[in-house]
Design a protein around this ligand. Sequence first.
Ligand code: 4AD
Ligand code: MG
Length: 431
Amino acid sequence: MTKYYIEELSKYDGQEVEIKGWVYNKRSSGKIKFLLVRDGTGIVQCVIVKNLVPEDVFEKFDLLTQESSLIIRGKVRKEDRAPGGYEIDTTDIQIVHIAKDYPITPKEHGIEFLADIRHLWLRSTRQHAIMRVRHEIIRSIREFFDSRGFTLIDAPIFTPAACEGTSTLFETEYFDLGKAYLTQSGQLYGEAGAMAFGKIYVFGPTFRAEKSKTRRHLTEFWMVEPEVAWNDLNDNMELAEEFLEHIVASVLKNRDKELKILERDITLLQKVKKPLPRISYSEAVDILKKNGIDFQWGNDFGGTDETVISSQFDKPVIVHRYPAEVKAFYMKRDPENEKLALAMDILAPEGYGEIIGGSQREDDYDTLVQRIKEHNLPMEAFEWYLDLRRYGSVPHSGFGLGVERTVAWICGLEHVRETIPFPRMIYRLTP
Ligand code: 4AD
Ligand code: MG
């Protein structure tokens, strides 16, 4: 039997179809009643005319409440004023389940109220649009790497040590083996993958016990991390800008309807084309000072600093060569200035902050051993990682892109809590 979906109604103009869905809204004006039905792919208006349907079908309309499930039959008719371009002239209604007092009504609700019923909130038009953009971003990420010969390497989630600084580790008891930590990044395993496969990407959930309650922080988020053998910092920046261009172009092409629902101004997104502006950390500090911010060279940028720096550009901006002291142990130092790490971050425009963090990696065995000691990290846990510098070490680079911050930026959202189906933050573990 043919399955009909609202998104595909244009294929069935003039034909009888059957839509299985839920009541989104309804209104009536005497002898004509209107049901807005959603099926997950879209919303369609079904028209019920008193003289054209059996009495009982007309009466069923009154029983239907918001989010009641139903099967509705009727003829597809082109209607230019309808949101999807088509309406259904109803011939039959079959009620499947009556929803009682659905808690989300067309009126405004507070954000905490909605967050508590996130499992239902996902049905709303706006959340629906955001999740479809998220899916497109993830699809285009995979497409980008898959079409360029990268191999997907899945990194473990239980890990024996920190990757990105010990202050944000979630720990758990691991049988007789002591403590395990939820991964902060799959990068170290990605490096092993790059030495085996040349170019790889890791894509999975990552965890940070961030004490920050900002609009950019989650405790569980998704990160995609390419790692490429023989790439230096410059190659890394080139890969990142080509990657961002691809993601944004894919969303503009395939999710224009959703961006419209979100009322996203797409003129800035259309500018996301390589090359992206590149400035050094020191140049970024000069920008801060010029804007009256009292900033000390050597510190890491905070959210406000990132906003000021990125507001100077109408595209994402690459900031490179940070002070090594504020960056991770694995980053290679700049041979021209030992104080600097061969790091690069990409800051999104419009105040969305850092969406990409990456670097060239330290490939010298002795230097890396020294860094592990300086950072007071447990040497035993890194023995396997040091093997990558014992057996055929080569220059290599990679970066990590945070999916949720990217969704927030592309959708133009105020907070990352709307970018993932079920957000996890320090003050939220449910639903
Ligand atoms: O800059 P980060 O910490 O870099 C790494 O983890 C590297 N190991 C990546 C690599 O080189 N392979 O994190 C990368 C990105 C950030 O730019 C940001 O987009 C996102 O991950 N991110 C977060 N997103 C949401 N909530 C948080 N708490 C985040 N922390 C980082
Ligand atoms: Mg970072």
